[in-house]
Design a protein around this ligand. Structure first.
Ligand SMILES: Cc1ncc(COP(=O)(O)O)c(C=O)c1O
Length: 487
């Protein structure tokens, strides 16, 4: 080894740097929980880039502790109780430690001998989730890198299975005009899936939603028949559990019944809200999920795990072997269903040891941890909705079903585009102030503030403070002589 390589691989340095980093992270976690940091130390993109360009221009050297401290200080702080933005979990610290373990081991996972432990753990983690979903013993699946990829992988299996073995789509390709039906509120990755599959815009049939933003199952038949008349071969219906913008849960039982009637594949995108299966109080939201042919659940959203780790589970486990049927001579012999050679069933070749972090949580705390978390966060959304209802100038879009709440500030006399612009400005101002992190969404063409209650340390008092700030900033902006323009 050259001296530089020796330095880079020194166990001694690793021990020193690692201990220092753990101390730094523990202090950081405490500071975030104590609100001794802003939620988001906002910095416009050009300044952030200039800062790090200047750092890079200094060339190699310097101690990593200083670098780590800067990264910590300048990042968004998801562990801050006033982080209420996108659906990213503030990971349980133990899961982050397991991630470090997995990063050092860096087992590749494509074939069994490249990841013995994590392959076995993956089977156990998937089984445990399948049990929570109410799936039968023959259910099986895989972990993969994100809900987007998992939804695509599910649709690849659906195409292969629905087309039938004689069509052998994987081998021969297909020009069939397939389509997927989905609610217009579904995550955009479902539409992307249809387009990636080469079915174009007509490959995604968007069904309208009801007043609570749930798929109108009463319209499924009409939209299905229309698609058929237009020459589309509908392959699958995707139910959202829940949708992204408002956290609405589609009626999975009605959707399952529709799919059975027409022999369609039923897929549930439970990337965010599939986790409700763990909560005795909120499990009813996913009634019918066990009838789905395939289900996606993100552990890095509502299951306290650092990204990315997503489960794709099939009710009939053999379907997971249909997705990628090709031969890789140098990796495995074709044909047999080897659960332990995971690259046969996942998009990835090299894959992170993602099961380790999930299993670390399951083994240490049990499924009760997930149950407590989901129940608490969903309860908190009900509390926020009640607080909003008590304020005359705040308007709730719809009673929340998950831990996602959309609302807006509606001062007397304002409506339409001006109201949308004002709410966008409120959010922008609040992000710049850095006390809270919240996002915005478009619903029926209008802009709403959107809050996802991800942090278990968030309390009703934080929610009151949030609404106070929305109203204060709203007042300041509405009555400012010249209103700033949104970014
Ligand atoms: C309902 C739903 N599906 C899929 C996704 C995409 O998941 P990922 O970010 O893990 O790719 C999201 C992300 O927000 C989502 O909310």
């Amino acid at each position: 080894m050259t001296p530089l390589l020796q330095q880079a691989f020194s166990a001694h340095h690793f021990r020193q740097q690692g201990h220092a980093l753990i101390d730094q992270l523990a202090d950081y976690l405490q500071a975030a929980q104590d609100q001794a940091l802003p939620t988001l130390p906002w910095c416009p993109p050009p300044q952030m880039l200039a800062h790090w360009q200047a750092d890079a221009a200094q060339g190699p050297g310097g101690d990593p502790e200083h670098f780590f401290a800067e990264v910590l200080a300048q990042s968004i702080h998801i562990h801050h109780p006033q982080y209420m933005g996108h659906q990213v979990s503030g990971p349980a610290p133990l899961a982050a430690l397991a991630e470090l373990l997995a990063a050092v081991l860096n087992n590749g996972m494509a074939v069994y001998e490249m990841g013995q432990v994590s392959t076995a753990l993956e089977k156990i983690v998937v089984r445990q989730l399948a049990d929570a979903l109410g799936y039968p013993p023959e259910a099986d699946g895989i972990l993969t890198s994100g809900g987007t990829l998992a939804n695509l992988t599910a649709m690849l299996s659906a195409r292969q299975v629905q087309a039938g073995p004689q069509a052998n789509v994987w081998e021969l390709g297909t020009a069939e005009p397939y389509a997927i039906m989905v609610s217009e509120e579904a995550h955009y990755c479902v539409e992307r899936t249809a387009r990636i599959m080469g079915w174009g815009a007509a490959g995604i049939v968007k069904v309208p939603v009801d007043a609570r933003y749930r798929l109108r199952t009463d319209l499924l038949e009409t939209y299905y028949q229309q698609a058929r008349q237009q020459g589309r071969k509908v392959l699958a219906v995707v139910g959202s559990a829940s949708s992204t913008s408002t956290g609405a849960y589609d009626d999975l039982e009605a959707t399952a019944a529709f799919c059975r009637r027409h022999g369609l594949w039923f897929h549930v995108d439970g990337a965010h809200g599939g986790a409700a299966a763990y909560s005795p109080k909120y499990r009813h939201l996913v009634n019918g999920i066990a009838q789905a042919d395939s289900v996606v659940v993100d552990f890095h959203k509502m299951l306290l795990t650092p990204g990315l780790v997503t489960a794709l589970v099939f009710r009939n486990g053999t379907h997971s072997y249909q997705t990628f049927a090709q031969q890789a001579q140098y990796l495995w012999a074709q044909g047999n269903e080897e659960w332990f050679n995971l690259a046969k069933r996942t998009f990835e070749c090299t894959k992170r040891m993602m099961s380790v972090k999930v299993y670390a949580l399951m083994r240490t705390y049990g499924p009760a941890l997930f149950a407590d978390y989901v129940t608490q966060q969903y309860d908190l959304a009900q509390t926020l909705a009640q607080q909003i209802a008590q304020r005359p100038f705040l308007e709730l879009t719809t009673p929340p079903m998950a831990n996602i709440v959309c609302f807006r500030w509606v001062p007397p006399g304002l409506s339409g585009p001006v109201l949308s612009e004002l709410n966008a400005l409120i959010r922008q101002r609040m992000v710049e102030q850095g006390d809270f992190y919240l996002v915005q969404t478009q619903l029926k063409g209008e802009t709403y503030l959107r809050v996802t209650l991800m942090n278990p340390a968030t309390t009703p008092a934080h929610l009151t403070a949030l609404l106070d700030q929305v109203e204060t900033v709203g007042q300041q902006l509405a009555f400012a002589p010249s209103r700033p323009k949104p970014i």
